[in-house]
Design a protein around this ligand. Sequence first.
Ligand code: PSV
Ligand code: MN
Length: 408
Amino acid sequence: MRHASGISESDLLARLARFQIETPSWGYADTGTRFGKFLQDAAATTVEEKLADAAEVHRHTGCCPSVAVHVLWDFPAPANEADVRRVARLAESVGLRIGSINPNVFQDACYKWGSLTNRDPVIRRRALEHVLDSIRVGQSVGSKCLSLWFADGTNYPGQGDIRQRKRWMSEGLAAVHGRLPADWTMLVEYKPFEPAFYHTDLADWGMAYVLAKDAGSRARVLVDTGHHLPGCNIEHIVAFLIDENMLGGFHFNDRKYADDDLTMGSIDPYQLFRIFHEIVSVEQDRGGVAAGAKADLPIAYMIDQSHNLKPKIEAMIQTVMTAQEMFTKALLVDREALRAAQSREDLVASENCLKDAFATDVRDLLREHRRAHHLPPDPLAAFRASGYAARAAAERGPRKTAAASSYA
Ligand code: PSV
Ligand code: MN
């Protein structure tokens, strides 16, 4: 069968089958806001539990085979080789692999005034050593992706020498890249504010682009969809970075106001569709879905969400299903009609090419894809029916209560 867009159903299903998305270990753990933390009985507390939960998401969706890890949150500090390998084995035992490695140079008190941009060379060195250690951890667990985010910045005008800090950040990133294994990618993430409220050293895609480019040929920009000021045209950034061969990956989540960490597509699914449209357009130019994996852009699709109130695994499955839906809709854009409408400056028809695809109900197609891969046609319903959450709550909840009362 052929869709209005001209894409054949088998091409579409084949591309969909290659669409994978990485879930974050921290998305399964209890989290909160600075105003409080509401514990969930079923939320994971150990790395074993986080991996078991991530495996549930993969088992029901079939498209989340890897898990991003945060070094200090998932490995004992300092991590020895045996601990690290144990985590890799655990992942393997539940049918997963460890994906991106996220160093943590924002939590320790020594980073109060910055990490790679700290005035004190001892702290800059310490941050660098932690990132290099993280690469070693990554090598032991079979990762190929170093994902960097820095909280570095200042809170008041005059607090720091912005140009000097830029040079320190640049030196640090180049030093990290110098030690990056040949087959690795290094992703540089930006964020306009929080925790710094006056200036952030890597505040936007342009800064991340320049510093990644200076760092070396395997550094790319990571776009966290929650890290933009209101009204920002994220798909424009995505298109621009792809054209510069500088888009390395995504941290997907949705937001209404700031870095809200809401589940993807809960606020603006059309934005996510437009992002995928930019990606799929380039893949079409590279030969289209018919060209197979050769045409796929090497983009690490990752989720970065901390679910405060929703049950963690359900929120993750809901996110994954939304991602698949929006990606499929983007595959349905009639690109020939779009190009023709664009060349006539027919704005209404051009826009409708996008809106028609966005309005198409692709849920049957997705059910078909899942059936073909022996997956439950409705992963969320299947997870709910499995009883996993209730079992996890029964097992983990009392342990949490006991731990909480022993601190009281
Ligand atoms: C920072 O807000 C961030 O987006 C970075 O990716 C961190 O690794 C992650 O969140 C931690 O939750
Ligand atoms: Mn992020």
